[in-house]
Design a binder for this molecule. Structure first.
Ligand SMILES: [Zn+2]
Length: 613
């Protein structure tokens, strides 16, 4: 049985046979000490396993690599006696219990990787992603687990997590609980001196926890988060939880988010919070991760829960999990009123259609295969990845947008993807233990909207051709047109690296300044850079005899010579070479309004872009 629902009241004064005591005496060295106590032991052997990955982030991270100083003990009235153990594989150890009822395992975790899916501990705070801290006991994952946080509560007064309080904090620590290991693994913890705001919406308590060294307007932010909750819960008819925690981390260079059933972790560069006119990226990220509490955590592909934490889980359906969520994140930001209609349509042009047009890999792999191979493609991307596959976030999101417009068009505005989502939600509520197959998902879309979409949708998801933009967008009075334009990179969604978008002119490379050298980081298939024989990691030395000192200068020099063959001097593997290159004008496709849209086209557009609240 797969259970991810938990209400705080269920854990009050609960008992647990498995308890983790987490100590932070060595936080300055980025170490967490773990003492894991297992009671009610009956078997002669007990297997302890450290997960290799975190659900929602499809990469093998081998968290056991950060673990050390493991010791095992038997515990009884006479005290603690050390037990021997053996490693069964890279992440699991087996203890001979020697007939005792209580076994303890102690170890250290080195926690110094700052992402939303790894743990990060220092003298000022602890962010714990429990998949990277807590081993599970084979065969006992379905029972209640407790976590005792033993930090200095004066120094670190705030604790933000979806784990439920078991009892009032004492000088011994803060005791939290989860109904099973899956819930524990899905409940990260932020501890420190961060600020917290709470509000009630949709009948549930919400916490906004902002961990940053910067002077952020947390009240402004909490107001917007409340708006997001109101707009998204309205779609689904309420909040399926008693309490939800938004953990927001702002530190230089941060990006990305991770969804959980009753919380989300959202990391942004402080610039996104200090200048409110630039906050749309963060607000969209918050819309995205919060929406996942429905789509992915509950409405989900059949492969995504219950999880095997030791190995990869394969699904072709990340077009639903992430593509649909990517479409809805900006749409919700627009419905919340954070963007005007023009800003929203511009973002589709710039961050979706123009970005996908840069990705030659859209002709090399289908969206479904890109999903299936996410472990090795999106999450372990080769430097030429942009030529090899399209992101299921990016192309998946565009496909869902086209599907939404197709449905609106074919029902005269009566139905949309909102209706499909509501029916998927009902299907989940009818049987939360089981995810959806792709067949079932498409059947629900058809049933909810009364439109036959299977053949068309599957051809988009399995196809490697250009999507039929104009045929579909015509219904809402738009077409895609390429115009000479400067590009800008978008950072919506989880900001997993995808295509790089260089500035005009079009050369088809991505350049970086590496210690004063201009180095090629990516080369697009079929581009002027590829035709000139330039490779990844080549150094750009000179153009037409002019020494190139930074990437902007290269663009500038070539921008003045569009359509002309120019001499380029490069460096590869210790040798200098020369070649000729011919820059092209950069054509950026985007949405443009068709001439004189009809009344129906205007109506369908209004329907597509209608705000519900
Ligand atoms: Zn996502």
């Amino acid at each position: 049985m797969y259970v991810i629902e938990q209400r705080d009241e269920q854990l009050v004064n609960s008992k647990a046979g498995i308890t983790y005591e987490l100590g932070f005496d060595r936080a300055p060295q980025h170490l967490v000490s773990v003492r894991m106590r297992v009671d009610n032991v009956a078997a002669p052997e007990l297997a302890f396993v450290m997960p290799s990955w975190s659900p929602g982030s499809y990469k093998i991270r081998d968290y056991a690599g950060w673990q050390g100083n493991v010791r095992c003990y038997s515990v009884n009235a006479a005290g603690r006696t050390e037990l021997s153990y053996r490693w069964r594989d890279k992440a699991s150890l087996v203890v001979s219990t020697q007939g005792v009822a209580t076994v303890e395992v102690e170890y250290l975790i080195y926690a110094h990787e700052r992402t939303v899916r790894t743990s990060h501990v220092n003298r000022f705070h602890a962010f714990l992603m429990l998949t990277s801290v807590c081993m599970y006991v084979e065969g006992r994952t379905q029972e209640t687990h407790h976590v005792l946080l033993k930090h200095d509560q004066l120094k670190w007064p705030s604790t933000s997590t979806a784990l439920s309080p078991v009892s009032a904090p004492t000088s011994r620590g803060i005791l939290l609980g989860a109904l099973n290991y899956d819930i524990l693994a899905d409940s990260p913890i932020e501890i420190g001196d961060h600020r917290v705001r709470t509000f009630t919406a949709a009948g549930a308590l919400h916490e906004v926890a902002v961990a940053t060294n910067y002077d952020v307007d947390i009240d402004w932010l909490a107001d917007r988060v409340k708006r997001i909750v109101e707009v998204e819960t309205e779609l689904f008819g309420g909040a399926p939880y008693d309490r939800y925690v938004f953990i927001i981390q702002a530190y230089p260079g941060a990006g990305g988010g991770l969804e959980h059933a009753r919380s989300s972790v959202n990391a942004v560069d402080p610039s996104a919070l200090l200048d409110k006119t630039k906050a749309i990226g963060l607000l969209s990220l918050l819309c995205h991760e919060y929406f996942h509490l429905w789509n992915v955590k509950r409405i989900r592909p059949v492969e995504l829960g219950p999880f095997d934490y030791t190995r990869e889980t394969y699904t072709p359906m990340l077009w639903l999990a992430e593509g649909l969520t990517s479409y809805y994140d900006n749409l919700f930001a627009y419905r919340c009123g954070f963007a005007t209609e023009k800003e929203y349509v511009d973002s589709i042009s710039r961050d979706d259609i123009a970005r996908l047009a840069q990705v030659q890999g859209r002709f090399a792999m289908s969206t479904r295969d890109s999903s299936y191979l996410a472990w090795l493609k999106l999450y372990l991307q080769s430097p030429d990845g942009s030529n090899r596959f399209p992101s299921y976030y990016l192309k998946g999101g565009i496909i869902i947008m086209l599907l939404d417009i197709y449905i609106i068009d074919h029902t005269d505005g009566k139905y949309s993807m909102d209706d499909a989502l509501r029916m998927m939600w009902k299907r989940y509520q009818d049987d939360p233990s089981r995810g959806m197959t792709e067949d079932e998902c498409i059947a629900i879309i058809e049933q909810a909207t009364r439109v036959q979409v299977r053949e068309r949708l599957m051809s988009w998801l399995d196809g490697k051709d250009e999507l039929p933009y104009d045929e579909i967008l015509k219904a809402v009075g738009y077409r895609v047109s390429a115009a000479p334009k400067k590009a800008a990179a978008g950072t919506f969604g989880e900001a997993v690296p995808s295509a790089s978008v260089p500035e005009a002119p079009f050369i088809g490379w991505s350049l970086a300044d590496v210690g004063g050298k201009v180095v090629v980081r990516a080369v697009d298939d079929g581009s002027p850079a590829q035709l000139a024989g330039i490779g990844i990691d080549d150094e750009l030395v000179a153009i037409e005899g002019i020494r190139i000192l930074n990437p902007a200068q290269a663009d500038h020099v070539l921008g003045g010579r569009v359509g002309k063959a120019v001499q380029l001097t490069g460096h590869c593997d210790g040798r200098i070479y020369t070649t000729t290159i011919e820059a092209r004008e950069r054509m950026m496709p985007g949405l443009v309004e068709i001439d004189a849209p009809s009344e129906r086209q205007r109506q369908m557009r209004s329907r597509w872009l209608q705000r519900r609240l």
